[in-house]
Design a protein around this ligand. Structure first.
Ligand code: SF4
Length: 139
């Protein structure tokens, strides 16, 4: 089932779940410094230039979520006091992040929502539309 939005990062022997955030094992997980988890940032991930995280957190729904890097990173960032991760891995919308791509001056390839699932059942459709509207306006 395709879940999430953005670039896929398919792991070996990937069980059901979302390809964006889970890995077959911890060894498949990108190094924390490569994830660009601070909501919006330049990144050293080779297949993207930046990440944009208008929401964080998710719900584990299948065995494919067992090695979810987003959960691990969210807990790490919460412990570090990052305000966007005050709720840890609980689904949280960050309205203050919505317009960030509209302030970028140079084009870039963006990993949208690297720390959550935009199509999580508890994300209001109106919010999903706002995210897509920003993508459209930033294109
Ligand atoms: S918990 Fe959510 S973000 Fe993590 S692998 Fe599962 S569906 Fe993806």
């Amino acid at each position: 089932m395709p879940r999430g939005l953005g670039t896929t990062y398919k792991a070996r022997n990937q069980p059901a779940g979302c390809y964006e955030h889970s890995y077959a094992s911890r060894e498949d997980e990108p190094a924390a410094s490569r994830i660009g988890a601070l909501s919006t940032s330049a990144t050293s991930i080779e297949w993207t230039d930046a990440t944009w995280t208008p929401l964080t957190g998710c719900t584990k729904i299948s065995p494919g979520c067992q090695h979810c890097y987003a959960e691990r990173m969210a807990k790490r960032l919460q412990a570090m006091g990052n305000p966007n991760y005050a709720n840890g891995f609980k689904l949280t919308l960050h309205e203050h992040m919505l317009d960030v791509p509209l302030r970028w001056r140079k084009p870039r390839s963006v990993f949208v929502n690297s720390m959550s699932d935009l199509f999580h059942k508890d994300v209001p459709e109106e919010y999903v539309q706002r995210v897509f509207d920003v993508m459209r306006r930033a294109s």
